[in-house]
Design a protein around this ligand. Sequence first.
Ligand SMILES: Cc1ncc(C[n+]2csc(CCOP(=O)(O)OP(=O)(O)O)c2C)c(N)n1
Ligand SMILES: [Mg+2]
Length: 538
Amino acid sequence: MIVAEAVGRALAACGVETAFGVVGSGNFHVTNALVAGGVRYVAARHEGGAATMADAYARMSGRVGVVSVHQGPGLTNALTGLTEAAKSRTPLVVLAGEATEVRSNFHIDQAALATAVGAVAMRVSAPEEAVSRAAEAYRVALGERRAVLLNLPLDVQSAPFEGTVDVPAAPPAGPPALEVEELARLLGAAERPVFIAGRGARHARRELEELAGRVGALLATSAVAKGLFRGSPWDLDVSGGFATPPAAELIRGADLVVAWGCALNMWTTRHGTLITPGAKVVKVDLDPAAFTAHVPADLGVTGDVARVAEAVAARVASRQGYRSPEVAARVRAEGRWRDVPYEDESGGGRIDPRTLSIGLDDLLPRERIVAVDSGNFMGYPSMFIDVPDEGGFCFTQAFQSIGLGLATAIGAALARPDRLPVAALGDGGALMGIAELETVVRLGLPMVVVVYDDEAYGAEVHHFGPHGHPLGTVTFPPADLAAIARGHGFAAVTVGGPGDLAGVADWVAGPRDRPLLVHAKVTAEHGSWWLEEAFKGH
Ligand SMILES: Cc1ncc(C[n+]2csc(CCOP(=O)(O)OP(=O)(O)O)c2C)c(N)n1
Ligand SMILES: [Mg+2]
């Protein structure tokens, strides 16, 4: 066995289930070894797609995502996806060939690249390290929630490996935090507590609902945990720019905000304005760095969200808190965006993006998994297309890159084959990530790709247009996205008004043997309300 094979076999033995990549000479053997070890390998068409697929797969499956790339350009192509994963603390291992000979065309400082974007760089420097380094990369990715680049120098890769592929067991979880008494005291005294659950709470619905029920807390999430409390009568859905008017008001009314695995960034708090001055803020997080980030915490509790919530629940008495019948009635009547009245602006061959999103919400099966790209349009699917739970929404937006949405939907679809994958994209993001349309068809995914087409980088149009700047650099002629999709093997419908949604209904009722692209020509007279919020941060 050569070193490359030992690395692949070791990762398979660690429990890797699916790997994504683009194969070249420098990662050929390690990828084949993954496959030989029982790992499903998914070929992407661009390394950026592969990295984002692995990221989304990891988020939706709870497993470590694995990416395999060629040295040099294979890694640079993957960088945007790797950065998103690093910022999102997704457990990810990137296997990359490495040309250590400085005169090689493929040579770059790969370790420096990785650390520059927040990933951890490791290297198999000698044959005898093959298994221990692979296991270490896996352990750091999973245990510390890091994106790890494992460099595989070409000369070391091809050397013989003499040892056995035996990987050590993962260490047990740490003990719960000591600050639970203080959190229990604060919750016991709060009149109007609100819980905001983030990425670090996606595994802890039961424990949080139990505690919230005792202390009378209302429930909200950050965007990445959307759906976590779906079905609860106290669910305010997403806190921040996507919050409904009553949800925003109720969050502002809190006298205690407990952020669970959630740093309370500018998006989640509308630049801090959703937290009323004087309200106490508590953060529960594995990483104490979260306590001082963004809105600072009055109290930080270090530990796993589920364990801390359990420990606190054992120390508090039952009280009504924020859960009055009036609040319940309000959440029931106005808690969803589609209950908020609006004037439908569809007309002239274009559909109002709200009407489009509500129409899709009605037509698409409820067991769905929605992935959203970045851009002006992004709030429409996030706010109007409902999801069944936290496993129904995948939001790769920590780096705010456009073009990740389609690959996100592919990775999410592979993690949850029981659900209909829905990719919601702008025309700009769709054309940027278009390399993976063929991947959707090749994998036979029954996906619905919705393109909110305003023939522009709408975010920029609405950012600069009101100030009278020329917009020629951010507007485009019409592109026939339906024809492009058909060319890849998709079914496609062009939607220029509510009546055209019948084509979507036909696809849903049919055999769904091909993915569907919905080319929606959307109205674009004005920017979205959440975008105005975002521009404050630019
Ligand atoms: C990789 C990358 N390039 C550029 C940007 C800047 N940017 C933010 S939104 C946007 C426009 C996206 O256009 P589209 O996907 O059509 O969505 P729309 O804003 O029109 O709804 C651009 C170019 C970015 N965020 N990421
Ligand atoms: Mg656009």
